[in-house]
Ligand binder design. Structure first.
Ligand code: ADP
Length: 396
């Protein structure tokens, strides 16, 4: 967890991968590798990062947080389990942490998935996705369930393979297609269905766009899911697609849709409070106690952006100085997201200890609706919230 957490923390672009490979010569010996395409570690620091309280770059500490203890603990745990933690890195290009451990073998039979996967064995699956990691995960998972897979990254190749297999009378049963191929996955789905009317298509996407679900439904596609698609979710998606096709139902399977009933409007107005200080969160919660607002907290800007993408809010209180991602960057990202997705703009009240006019200007330029300087009196907070997100307070 610590190695994966670090890899994610220090990788803004690209990929993080975890590979576990069995050693063919020794049963139970596994090689673990956690690699990323992040900032990397300078060569002269590589030898020291396993020491306690050591961080490769002091300047990254503020932005990324952390204590410099994690790798020391990892190293000791792995040593006690009989292994050794190694690191290699190219500065600016990424890191790779590796270790090998010997495990004893379980004598339990494989219990999982057996009933559902029986219906998948031998089915022919085409995977169309331009991301190689995504193709690899889908291929490995589906082959593990006995499916016969073919994966490709280009639309032209997908059509060729579909046509050849239909002519050879070995048609594909299902296509899993990425929403952003990089071309439009929907366009591919429509064209593929017009050539092969009985073909089942499931769409997966790294970013849910407004209207995607209803478009999937209108086109009669067999399923829709948002990446990362976990194994049980994928199994459900594929086997439900086959089940409903067998029963002649054109029912859209979307695990995400059942998980979040978006059609039910929230009865309370929803406030998102992005604030890293626990004391301040506690204070704001106390101020708003007894109000009709429903509160959700985010401990940094990045979490706030994630929440805005997955849930709806009526107002955001955004602290400006936070680790990982500060309030200005988060506000900019939220405004960008609203513009791209066509969502209504949420009022964002910037909270900052800096009352200087250039700070107010920076907040406004980032897209904040208004600015409140700390410390904030309860009455001022409530009236600002009330102004931008009207709601009655029972006793104020
Ligand atoms: P922490 O992450 O809490 O600072 P760790 O002991 O886990 O402490 O890591 C020590 C330091 O090693 C980090 O601060 C960072 O400078 C460096 N480091 C660890 N993992 C990575 C990685 N995947 N990419 C770049 N630097 C890393």
């Amino acid at each position: 967890m610590n190695l994966v957490g670090n890899a994610i923390k220090f990788t803004e672009f690209g990929q993080v991968s975890v590979t576990i490979t069995p050693d063919p010569s020794t049963a139970g010996r596994l090689k673990f590798e956690v690699s990323d395409t992040g900032i990397g570690i300078p060569e002269d620091k590589l030898g020291r990062i396993f020491e306690d309280f050591t961080q490769a770059e002091a300047s990254t500490t503020r932005r990324f947080g952390g204590t410099g203890l994690g790798l020391g603990i990892c190293r000791r745990l792995i040593e006690r389990m009989g292994g050794q933690l190694n690191v290699s890195s190219e500065y600016g290009k990424g890191c790779s942490f590796q270790f090998e451990l010997l495990f004893s073998l379980s004598d339990r039979e494989k219990l999982l998935d057996s009933e559902q996967t029986q219906t998948l064995a031998g089915r022919r699956l085409l995977i169309l996705d331009s991301d190689p990691t995504s193709r690899l995960i889908l291929t490995q998972t589906c082959e593990h369930w006995g499916m016969l897979t073919y994966d490709c990254s280009e639309v032209s190749e997908a059509f060729e393979v579909l046509n050849d297999s239909a002519q050879a009378e070995k048609p594909f049963d299902l296509v899993i297609v990425d929403r952003f191929l990089p071309n439009d996955g929907f366009e591919f789905a429509v064209a593929a269905r017009s050539l092969h009317p009985t073909l089942l298509l499931v769409l997966i996407t790294s970013q849910e766009e407004p209207g995607d679900l209803s478009r999937t439904q209108q086109l009669g596609l067999a399923g829709y899911a948002v990446k990362p698609v976990q194994r049980p979710e994928l199994l459900h998606l594929i086997s439900s697609a086959f089940c409903s096709a067998k029963e002649g139902r054109r029912e859209l399977i979307s695990p995400r849709q059942t998980a979040i009933p978006t059609s039910v409007p929230p009865t309370k107005k929803r406030l998102l409070i992005a604030e890293d200080s626990e004391d301040n969160r506690f204070l704001l919660e106390a101020y708003l106690k007894g109000s009709l607002y429903e509160l959700t907290f985010a401990e940094n800007g990045e979490r706030a952006v994630e929440l805005v993408r997955s849930q709806s809010f009526d107002l955001i209180l955004m602290d400006m100085q936070m680790p990982v991602m500060d309030g200005l960057a988060a506000t900019r990202m939220i405004r960008q997201y609203e513009q791209m997705s066509g969502e209504a703009s949420i009022p964002i009240l910037a909270l900052t200890a800096n009352a200087r006019s250039e700070d107010r200007e920076a907040c406004r330029a980032a897209g904040s609706t208004a600015h409140l300087s700390k410390p904030i009196a309860k009455s001022r907070l409530l009236s600002a919230i009330e102004q931008y997100c009207p709601q009655r307070f029972p006793s104020e």
